[in-house]
Design a binder for this molecule. Structure first.
Ligand code: RTP
Ligand code: MG
Length: 135
């Protein structure tokens, strides 16, 4: 069944020139790009996006970081796209959890700077896609 998920190449990924690498992995997996935009977001969007973490100690830093520079938001489409992209991304901690062969496992060292976001469920994907691509 085809579904859509929200992928972000976070500001660290854009600064490090890894946008092409991430898009290439998405395409090689067989997923397609439905919408794509380079933008720098206001705090309100970042706070809404990460609302589930609002009581965590790292919330302020996370919002600072996500708003620190341009990121690339992508609506990714395809069979089991939500899980498929989470598999490509690898675990949240790029050293302890993400394995080599994943985006985080291959290119990141710190939890804070783990390069990409992918929606974690159908409900999150629907909510996040409405937030990032209202049209
Ligand atoms: P994301 O939402 O960005 O796709 O990442 P995720 O599902 O793998 O991880 P999640 O638990 O949703 O955490 C969101 C982001 O918060 C940052 N984080 N920092 N300092 C810390 O201990 C900490 N823990 C999480 C990470 O950048 C993570 O991607
Ligand atoms: Mg998450």
């Amino acid at each position: 069944m085809s579904e859509r998920t929200l992928v972000l190449v976070k500001p660290d990924g854009v600064k490090r020139g890894l946008v092409g690498e991430v898009i290439s992995r998405i395409e090689r997996k067989g997923l397609t790009l439905a919408q794509l935009e380079l933008r720098t977001v206001e705090r309100s969007v970042a706070e809404e996006h990460y609302a589930e973490h609002k009581d965590k100690p790292f919330f302020g830093e996370l919002v600072d970081f996500i708003t620190s520079g341009p990121l690339v938001a992508i609506a990714v489409e395809g069979t089991r796209a939500i899980s498929a992209f989470r598999q490509l991304a690898g675990g949240t901690d790029p050293v302890e959890k993400a394995t080599p062969g994943t985006i985080r496992g291959d290119f990141a060292l710190e939890v804070q700077f783990n390069l990409v976001h992918g929606s974690d469920s159908a409900e999150s994907a629907e909510r996040e896609l409405k937030l990032w691509f209202p049209n």
